[in-house]
Design a protein around this ligand. Sequence first.
Ligand code: PRP
Ligand code: URA
Length: 207
Amino acid sequence: MQNIIEVNNPVVKNIVSHLRDINTKGYQFRKYVKELGKLLLFEALKNEKMIEKDINIWVGGGKFPFLDEENIVVVTILRAGLPMLDGILEILQESPAGFLAMKRDEETLEIHTYYVRLPDIKGKKVIIADPMVATGGSLDTALNILKEKKPEKIISLNIIGAPEGLKRISENHPDVNVYIAQIDEKLNKDGYIIPGLGDAGDRAFNT
Ligand code: PRP
Ligand code: URA
């Protein structure tokens, strides 16, 4: 699973443990997810090429390096990905955003896509953010939808993954680098990650 990069940093692991804690309330949960969105972005873009832009500064004008924010599209999967998107867009303030809404059927674990709203991603870099990779069905489906629109490259930012789902992503999408805060032990028979954190959407939005 060469394209799956677990971020082994104590700052990241500390937040993951707070997310697991059942006493972490919805507003704290969203805040932690948001901060992990930023930390994963930081790791994923550490070798990113920069562009020079002319700007005026206090001692005159000059060229300075910037990320090519307008050509980086940030996509999330509703619901649980929303706080990650929020964090990433606090940094990439010029980047367009796209939304995919998906729901896992609780019995069959099949993915139902019920809304797709994407800006033009042809030839652009896409960052997709979703906290959980359990069976990998949501991310696999999302990557297939994105690839139909011919982006230059896709990077995935995720918080907790099960080996089963990550293997599926690695096999079906070896071209997509996945930056993940934590690889957990396994899936249970209901498709939940063990130890995991429960249902990320429910935890974030008090449902
Ligand atoms: C969660 C999570 C992922 C998905 C992962 O969403 O946000 O999108 O589960 O599971 P998978 O790898 O087996 O597809 P969920 O379907 O619970 O929807 P929600 O975000 O609306 O709660
Ligand atoms: N979705 C979640 O939010 N949590 C899991 O453990 C599995 C899928």
